[in-house]
Design a protein around this ligand. Structure first.
Ligand SMILES: [Zn+2]
Length: 184
C-alpha cells in the first residue's frame, strides 16, 4: 500500500477539480474515506485469507469494479440525506459526485500499483484476478501497521511519496488556485 496520507492527499486533490457548491466538506470527508476504503482488505489476513486470493489484500476491493459499485452505492445513500434529497439521480451534480467518488477509490489501486513491494493490484477483479503493477514503481511500499511506520524505513516511505505524489499534487493545486484567482 501507499500510506494513508498520500491516498488522502490524492482524494483531496481530485475533489478540488470541481466547484459544485453541493459537494461540501461532508462530501470531501466521504471522498477521503473512498480513497482509503480499499485497504479494508487487510482484515482478510485476520481471517486466514491469502494475499493472492479474490478477497486478499490488493484484490477485489482495489478493483475498478469495486470503485464503481462503491461510488454508486455511496451516492445513492447520500441522496437520502436532507442536503442532497433535492438532487436528481440523472443530473450533473450526481454525475460529478459519482465520478469523484469513483476516481478517489480507483486512485488507491493506481498508487498501490506504483509501489515497489507486495503483490500487484487486481484492477479487473472479479472478471480477471491477475495482479498488476505499473511499469514505473517509484513509491517505496508502505508498511502495514502503524508502529513500523515510525522508523527509518517509514521515513523513506514518506520521502518517496512526498517526491512522487506530494509535490505533483501541490503543483496541481497551486495551478488550480492561480487559475481560480485569475477568474475573479
Ligand atoms: Zn491498498
Amino acid at each position: 500500500m501507499a500510506s494513508i496520507f498520500t491516498h488522502t492527499l490524492v482524494a483531496y486533490t481530485i475533489t478540488k477539480t470541481t466547484k459544485n457548491p453541493l459537494l461540501t466538506n461532508k462530501f470531501l470527508f466521504l471522498v477521503i474515506i473512498s480513497s482509503i476504503i480499499p485497504d479494508i482488505d487487510v482484515l482478510a489476513f485476520q481471517f486466514g485469507i491469502a494475499y493472492g486470493d479474490l478477497w486478499g489484500h490488493r484484490g477485489l476491493t482495489h478493483s475498478l469494479f469495486f470503485a464503481f459499485i462503491w461510488a454508486i452505492v455511496l451516492w445513492l445513500l447520500l441522496l437520502r440525506l436532507p442536503d442532497y434529497r433535492h438532487c436528481l439521480l440523472l443530473s450533473k451534480t450526481s454525475f460529478t459526485a459519482i465520478t469523484i467518488l469513483f476516481l478517489s477509490s480507483a486512485s488507491h489501486g493506481l498508487l498501490d500499483a506504483m509501489t515497489n513491494g507486495g503483490l500487484g493490484v487486481a484492477f479487473f477483479s472479479p472478471f480477471d484476478t491477475t495482479r498488476y503493477f505499473l511499469p514505473w514503481q517509484p513509491i517505496q511500499v508502505s508498511p502495514i501497521g502503524v508502529s513500523a511506520f515510525f522508523s527509518s524505513y517509514g521515513l523513506r516511505v514518506i520521502l518517496s511519496e512526498l517526491i512522487w505524489i506530494g509535490i505533483p499534487c501541490a503543483i496541481f493545486l497551486s495551478i488550480l488556485k492561480i487559475k481560480n484567482s485569475l477568474k475573479h
